[in-house]
Design a protein around this ligand. Sequence first.
Ligand SMILES: Cc1cc2nc3c(=O)[nH]c(=O)nc-3n(C[C@H](O)[C@H](O)[C@H](O)COP(=O)(O)O)c2cc1C
Ligand SMILES: [Mn+2]
Length: 482
Amino acid sequence: MTTPQSNRANDLRAFIEDLRESGDLREIAGADWKLEIGAITEILGEDEGPALLFDEIAGYPKGFRVFSNVLRTHARTARVLGLDKGLAGVALLDAWRKRIKTLRPIPPVTVADGPVFENRIEGDALDLESFPAPVWHEHDGGRYLGTGSAVITRDPESGAVNIGTYRCMVQGKDKISVKMNKGKHGRIAMDKYHAKGEPCPVAIGFGQAVPIFMVSQMPLAPDQREYEVAGWLQDSAVEVVESPLYGLPIPATAEIVIEGVVPPLDETDLPKEGPFGEWPGYFADTTVGEVPLMHVEAVYHRDDPIILGVPPLKPPNNYVSVPLGAAQLWDQMEAAGIPDVTGVWGFVYGGQSGPFTVVSIKQRYAGHAKQTAMAAASARAGCYGGKFVIVVDDDIDISKAEDVIWAVATRCNPRDGLDLIRDVWTSPADPAIAPADRSPHGYTMDRVLIDACRPYRWRADFPAVNVFSDAYRAKMRKKWDI
Ligand SMILES: Cc1cc2nc3c(=O)[nH]c(=O)nc-3n(C[C@H](O)[C@H](O)[C@H](O)COP(=O)(O)O)c2cc1C
Ligand SMILES: [Mn+2]
């Protein structure tokens, strides 16, 4: 077997060029970074339209661009995941679940120089507003240069490099807040520096090859290295260069990278962060004195740099067209010994399958459906941010909301099929947590389990569905050419 070579042709520009050639790119000149880019991204995202490349942005030099709507369609998502473009819904999710099991990490290769250093800015010349960072949503608290970001940190104990996608709001010419939530890998590394009273070195990419973004927002295990997984995903080693100030590996072909430190957190000195339109579809998460603030010491960028923009939008306008977290939940349910799970899906999701999770099973025994619902509600990947869990039979296409609603409406008798469980672990992102219940000591939300399977004991008597069989339909299609 040959080792895949590093391949500079895998950068963001090559991806954009391919989309342009295949007619899957729309180029828009003259939009304003303030709201217009966000609104256009929202509207064309709702249509599951092409990827968008904004140029000649109001007040900025031609060539300073924003690229958005990247993973909004199944076809573009499948392509980045290395899967057949024709796959959709649960089949796409399942193909990904199987592909990631074949993961063979490909370490990055360090090279001496790269296009990221075409422009280097330090000292008084620093100005984060020299890039056309959008105000993405109408009530956002500022300009978010970081949405499709790659926040690069090194663990001071193990030396391991992590890359995470965390939102970053411009806070001045050389300051930017980096919302690494507690428990995230970048945050854990940062906290270790701060425990020693030291600043944490950070480099952040704001435009890099899409596979790097894809893995940076995935909940990988702590021992999985994002660069190595990205290399596997694109089947060639990622080329990195050492950042000049702190020696962090940054993608050689990144469009924009900033480098600096997050000093130990001083509540009295940390600015307001947010609000920001977040993935549940609401403006949320405004804080003062909480979000780490990066002091930027250097900016590197390519000529005519491109910001990778991945704003969270109201569902179903999701930034990745498939709920990848549902694949993890599927694995965890199998590991828990739940037999014959035929699909897992989520309709409102960030990294997890989210507050409306649907599981399909081939029922094997009485109580199988409830067991499935309990497991989905409590396994790690289904619990955080969960609320409703719906279990349906395997004839339901769980990626189609109408089908799921039909199953609930017709197969569930609420007295047997509904259960309520109070006070379960959740994410602060749930907008329905009452203000009085929001506490630094933790967040909980209730669960509703909905068994919408044909009741097991009398399923043989359950009325048959009034559609023609696949075989008869196929025969008619052929005979009548329909
Ligand atoms: C567009 C986008 C924005 C995100 N913003 C944040 C954020 O502000 N804070 C955060 O902790 N996670 C955020 N996430 C989720 C993290 O990227 C995700 O949890 C990832 O696994 C973090 O990497 P880590 O596991 O190496 O910490 C965001 C994801 C996406 C796709
Ligand atoms: Mn990580």
